[in-house]
Design a protein around this ligand. Structure first.
Ligand SMILES: *Cc1c(COP(=O)(O)O)cnc(C)c1O
Length: 389
């Protein structure tokens, strides 16, 4: 008798995106190859010192050692609400329209448990961050894939969603600036989404993890800036990328009070909130000196420009991203995403992510994350220039 027989929801999981890449990487590394990892979207830069110090001070204070409030410390929620006001001119009531998260991934994964019944549909972009689909799956829902295609500037075509699907949909996930395509959305698109949500009774979940990582003076919008958004949606925000805090696990969700309350109800039964010392560090991040964000953007701008130039010299087709630390690049003629990825690893020791790993419409692309120093990126370009495709 098989005791550890897995539940269907685990059997239905797509293969972990980086599993096969990790296996190949270990194999190539064992041969003594110096590997340059341009795969995972995890900042290589450290958390700024003033944020670390705030966390250290709080950690030493026994007042912060007990169970936190599951919805977040009042001070953290006020800091998040004020940051939204300052950055996006969006008014939020910190008592009903903000909830702290153990990273935004946690909130995104739990959200469908609050609103998706078995058999309900969630509208999920593809290619995408896998959590939208997996959160839906764990709630017993079905994902309906909205392809993000170059010809539509990587925005979903809402008119292509059949009425019957739209009417069964409970939730729509969107993410701009986008991982993995680096696409951005304008106000018109968000207005279209709000119209669709109203017409079909769909909750919009906007993943806004990259709003602060934008280049050349471009300032990405919050979904909540657009008229009517708060009636239909919530927005997930993360401190991970903005302040190089991926390991700290802190983010928050804001927006519609019923949406925030229901997510809070799920969370209060599953986790017990974010360690208060981490929230204190988060308060410092959101309210302290923001020059660290400008410096981070400058570093990624230089890396982007360096890599763009090198890739173009090698004949790759790539547009300069306005935001995110990703480049979404067409594979050369005659290659599949997996084929190119394997060749770059085998022949140049370069790890990149195959576009189809984010879903079938990502086939024909690969993703590079700008999470290496200029020296390493220069070395990567040198290796690429030594190859013919
Ligand atoms: C990195 C990332 C996040 C942030 O996740 P956290 O759990 O807050 O660290 C969210 N969404 C996307 C699309 C991301 O790439």
């Amino acid at each position: 008798m098989e005791i550890f027989r897995k539940a269907d929801r685990l059997k239905q999981l797509p293969p972990y995106l980086f599993k096969e890449i990790d296996r190949k990487k270990a194999e190539v590394r064992a041969r003594g190859v110096d590997i340059i990892d341009l795969g995972v979207g995890d900042p290589d830069l450290p958390t700024p010192p003033h944020i670390i110090e705030a966390g250290q001070r709080a950690m030493a204070d026994p007042a912060h050692h007990r169970y936190p409030s599951y919805s977040g410390m009042n001070g953290f929620k006020v800091a998040a609400a004020r940051w939204y006001k300052r950055r996006f001119n969006v008014e939020l009531d910190e008592t009903t329209e903000v909830v702290s998260l153990i990273g935004s991934k946690e909130g995104i994964a739990h959200f469908p448990l609050a609103f998706v019944n078995p058999g309900d549909v969630a509208l999920v972009p593809t290619p995408a961050y896998p959590v939208y689909h997996i959160g839906t799956l764990f709630a017993g829902g079905e994902s309906y894939s909205m392809p993000l295609l170059g010809e539509n500037r990587f925005l979903p075509d809402l008119n292509a969603i059949p009425e019957s699907v739209a009417d069964r949909a409970r939730v729509m996930f969107i993410n701009y600036p986008n991982n993995p395509t680096a696409a951005v959305a304008d106000r018109t698109f968000f207005e279209e989404v709000i119209g669709f949500a109203r017409q079909h009774g769909v909750i919009v979940c906007h993943d806004a993890a990259y709003t602060e990582m934008a280049f050349d003076g471009y300032r990405p919008l919050s979904f909540l800036e657009v008229d009517g958004a708060k009636e239909v949606g919530v927005e997930f925000h993360s401190l991970s990328k903005t302040y190089n805090m991926t390991g700290w696990r802190i983010g928050f969700a804001v927006g519609n009070a019923e949406g925030i309350e229901a997510l809070g109800a799920v969370k209060s039964n599953i986790d017990s909130g974010v360690f208060e010392a981490v929230q204190m560090a988060g308060i410092e991040a959101l309210t302290g000196d923001q020059s660290c964000v400008r410096e981070m953007v400058q570093i990624y701008t230089r890396r982007r420009d360096l890599l763009m130039e090198g890739l173009r010299d090698c004949g790759f087709e790539v547009n300069p991203p306005k935001a995110t630390f990703y480049l979404w690049i067409k594979v050369p003629e005659g290659y599949t995403s997996a084929g190119l990825t394997a060749r770059l690893l085998e022949d140049a020791g370069l790890v990149v992510t195959p576009g189809n790993g984010f879903g079938e419409p990502g086939e024909g692309y690969f993703r590079i994350a700008l999470t290496q120093t200029r020296e390493r990126l220069t070395e990567a370009i040198t290796r690429l220039k030594g190859m013919t495709f």
